[in-house]
Design a protein around this ligand. Structure first.
Ligand code: GDP
Ligand code: MG
Length: 238
């Protein structure tokens, strides 16, 4: 009896070899990479020395610029709030779509009310044209065109920087009709997108990367933009 038991328990002891341990580490790393992406890609450093083209996202506060940037980045990084104007500064991220890398700038929306707002949005748009190879002008399709939008569009059209028009917050087919009015801005086709739900964003990004030049006009390092979001309580100083 005793002999039998001993034989049995010996047979149950699992054996490990050095090779097994290595396999486990490899498997754990593979699992981590499957979930979080390759470790090399976690780096904040630009992946190439090439002058990547720069895309600036411009528009009034609260139209969904930061939500759109997050959609492009595939993670929640740009600051999004229900309160207009929480993006404190222009924030630049390295993005990639369909194998095409580019910089994306989330232009700020300080909450300027009244007369100041239009001037501010226009100023952001103007700054964007000096450093961007492509501007994405975002309009809130549920609000339609405002005076602040019109001022910025005038400036963008004068600047001759290629500009794509996004009608955001088109969460359903029913809202697409409203967006058709945006042809009147003279920026070409309004691309209907729901940055929040991802509706239409893939199709739009295909068009965006097609419109990008191979290289940016300014060395990315020379733009002097912060690469880190400025942190702080939303709406401080209002
Ligand atoms: P920003 O000021 O232009 O950067 O706008 P945010 O990205 O901070 O978005 C402002 C608000 O609009 C937030 O409450 C977002 O959740 C909301 N929002 C953004 N995109 C969409 C969208 O596609 N559909 C809807 N329904 N809401 C959106
Ligand atoms: Mg924002």
């Amino acid at each position: 009896m005793l002999d039998d038991d001993e034989t049995q328990s010996e047979a149950e002891i699992p054996t490990f070899s050095v090779d097994d341990g290595v396999d486990e580490v490899t498997a754990a790393q593979a699992a981590a990479e499957a979930e979080f992406g390759a470790l090399d890609e976690q780096s904040d450093a630009p992946k190439t020395d090439r002058r990547l083209p720069v895309v600036a996202i411009v528009g009034r506060p609260n139209v969904g610029k930061s939500t759109f940037v997050n959609r492009v980045l595939g993670r929640r990084e740009a600051v999004v709030e229900d309160v207009p104007g929480v993006t404190r500064d222009r924030v630049k991220y390295e993005a990639e779509w369909s194998g095409t890398p580019f910089w994306i700038i989330d232009t700020g929306g300080w909450d300027r009310t009244g007369k100041g707002l239009a001037a501010h949005v226009s100023r952001q748009a103007e700054l964007a044209t000096t450093e961007a190879d492509l501007v994405v002008f975002v309009v809130d399709a549920t609000v339609g065109v405002t005076d602040a939008d019109l001022d910025a569009v005038k400036m963008l059209r004068r600047s001759k920087v290629p500009t794509l028009l996004v009608a955001n917050k088109v969460d359903s087919t029913a809202q697409e009709l409203e967006a058709a009015n945006l042809w009147s801005l003279g920026l070409g086709e309004p691309y209907v997108v729901s940055a929040l739900h991802g509706r239409g964003s893939g199709d739009f990004l295909d068009i965006l990367v097609d419109a990008l030049p191979e290289e940016g006009k300014a060395p990315a390092a020379d733009t002097g933009l912060p690469r880190v979001a400025l942190l702080g309580r939303p709406n401080v100083g209002k």
